[in-house]
Design a protein. Structure first.
Length: 113
């Protein structure tokens, strides 16, 4: 993973290569040399969090809106609410509707191959 940084001397756009973990530690001065002007400078790493609110009517008295998860093997699929991500096991009716075998049936089928 890489990230761009501007040299404070010549304003060249530089790439920070984080592949070996360089530059991730916070509250540390990281030294870097500009490959355009050749000057060495320091940078610090800051982490910020962004929050994105969304409605979850199911947490306010409405019904959960479950959809089946896309899981492999299918026998491990669950039903997940599209609003709050709450998960539950499939009912027998849902297993029949989606033609999904139980975990036990799956294991037995694989063993008997």
């Amino acid at each position: 993973m890489s990230q761009d940084l501007e040299c404070p001397y010549c304003e060249a756009l530089l790439e920070i290569n984080h592949d070996d973990g360089f530059g991730y530690e916070q509250n540390v001065n990281h030294e870097m040399e500009c490959n355009k002007c050749g000057k060495t400078f320091l940078f610090e790493t800051e982490v910020s969090y962004n929050y994105t609110p969304r409605k979850a009517d199911c947490l306010n008295g409405e019904e959960h809106r479950y959809k089946i998860t896309n899981t492999h093997p299918e026998c491990c699929s669950t039903m997940r609410c599209v609003s709050c991500n709450k998960e539950r096991d499939l009912t027998e009716e849902e297993r029949e509707e989606y033609n999904i075998e139980t975990k036990e049936d799956y294991i037995n089928r694989i063993k008997n191959k």
